[in-house]
Design a protein around this ligand. Structure first.
Ligand code: PLP
Length: 403
């Protein structure tokens, strides 16, 4: 059947509407407010704060010994960079395609982002990474698993091992994802996660820093603003690891509070179930776009367990007029798509050339991919039928505009 002969269908749902906070989370939050003990260290005898309990539960869920709940994902990355010991002016490698908090975290600690190309599979380009490790002398890669895409983690770890480069993972889009069964966030020195509204758990703002390294974690806890209460972390390292850190680490207040922790604990308990719900939606859209004219979804490696909270596709053409016509058509029919090829940054999306606090860098391969890259958010408030409808609309708009 010719797609163009189908009757015009319009989608009326919202691409930014998240699910409500679960009732038990609301009740837990109200309970915290009734006590007045919102600060994580404000506990009574024998009480383990909501923040402490959340950290223990998150560490257990991820399969690591240490977790620190933070004010945001960006705060988790800054804490990680400082606890690693990044120095002012030091080069830090990261992907040329990510969200602004990632280069922002590097610049925020006074370091210098060195941007690495991405491939048309939307992951970091390992050849360019190898070249830039050699040329920049960087000691550290802050990889961003942007839009939930994992690079071949075996090849990445082999390269980092060979060159002695440390790894911090930005898992804002891979909370719940894995490579050959190994959870994203456990490959390097540290994992950084976000609990901001549009991520996989929602406390408005919030984040997690995880690690298996006790001395690193001791510095991060001190740095997060633990005062001399650092040994009151149920998911933190033993007292002895703080001997060096306790008086030598600046307090950069970046803590989570008990109210947010209370909201997050029931959500964490449902995360694995929600991953399945996201993937059912993702798979319905991907299936609906199979064989579409003018565009193709980005294939995923078999080793990757993904969380389909967003979907990406590449238009065959790089003709900006055609792509704009496509986006406008889809918007008219209620489907909001984000295009990374737009010269002006909009909403949450920006490109490396609009991060002017970073030295301008030449990334022709990344630019060529972004020119054709279209992204769509998949909130859990979409039904499976919504997803099928959206896929039909995208197909038809592509058929009309992207030939
Ligand atoms: C959201 C996000 C973060 C962290 O964001 P916060 O708002 O600081 O929690 C980091 N990296 C990426 C790719 C993100 O999308």
């Amino acid at each position: 059947m010719d797609d163009a002969t189908l009757p015009e269908e319009v989608f009326t749902g919202s691409f930014t509407q998240q699910e409500p906070i679960p009732d038990e989370a609301i009740e837990a939050a109200v309970q915290v407010m009734r006590t007045g003990r919102l600060h994580r260290y404000n506990t009574i005898d024998g009480e383990l704060s909501e923040t402490d309990q959340l950290e223990v539960e998150f560490a257990k869920w991820l399969g690591v010994p240490y977790c620190l709940a933070c004010a945001s994902g960006g705060a988790a990355m800054q804490l990680a960079l400082r606890a690693y010991g990044v120095q002012a002016g030091e080069p830090v490698l990261t992907n040329g395609y990510t969200l602004a908090p990632v280069p922002g975290a590097i610049a925020g600690v006074g370091a210098r982002p060195v941007l690495v190309e991405i491939t048309d599979a939307m992951v970091i380009d390992l050849d360019d990474l190898a070249a830039k490790i050699e040329n920049s002398g960087a000691r550290l890669l802050l990889i961003s698993h942007m839009r939930g895409r994992l690079v071949d983690m075996d090849a990445l770890m082999a390269l980092l091992e060979k060159t002695g480069v440390a790894l911090i993972e930005d898992c804002a889009h891979t909370m719940g994802a894995a490579w050959r069964g190994e959870k994203s966030g456990t490959f390097g020195l540290a994992g950084c996660f976000s609990a901001q509204t549009y991520k996989h758990v929602n406390s408005g703002e919030g984040g997690f820093l995880t690690s298996e390294d006790p001395d690193f974690m001791a510095r991060a806890i001190m740095n997060s603003g633990s005062y001399m209460l650092y040994d009151r972390h149920a998911a933190g390292p033993g007292r002895e690891h703080f001997d060096n850190a306790r008086l030598d680490t600046p307090n950069c207040s970046s803590r989570m509070d008990n109210l947010r922790a209370a909201i997050l604990r029931p959500q964490l308990a449902r995360l694995d179930e929600n991953v399945e719900r996201w993937n059912a939606r993702y798979d319905a859209i991907e299936e609906g776009l199979a064989g579409a004219s003018g565009l193709a979804t980005v294939p995923r490696p078999a080793e990757e367990t993904y969380v389909g909270s967003s979907i990406q596709f590449l238009t065959h053409t790089s003709d900006t007029q055609a792509i704009r016509a496509f986006l406008d058509r889809a918007a008219m029919r209620g489907v909001q798509l984000k295009w990374f090829g737009a010269p002006e940054p909009a909403g949450y999306t920006s490109r490396h050339d609009s991060w002017r606090y970073v030295d301008a860098q030449n990334l022709p391969k990344t630019d060529a991919v972004l020119a054709r890259l279209v992204d769509m958010r998949i909130p859990l408030t979409f039904s499976l039928e919504d997803c099928r409808s959206i896929a039909r609309i995208i197909r038809q708009c592509a058929q009309e505009t992207l030939r």
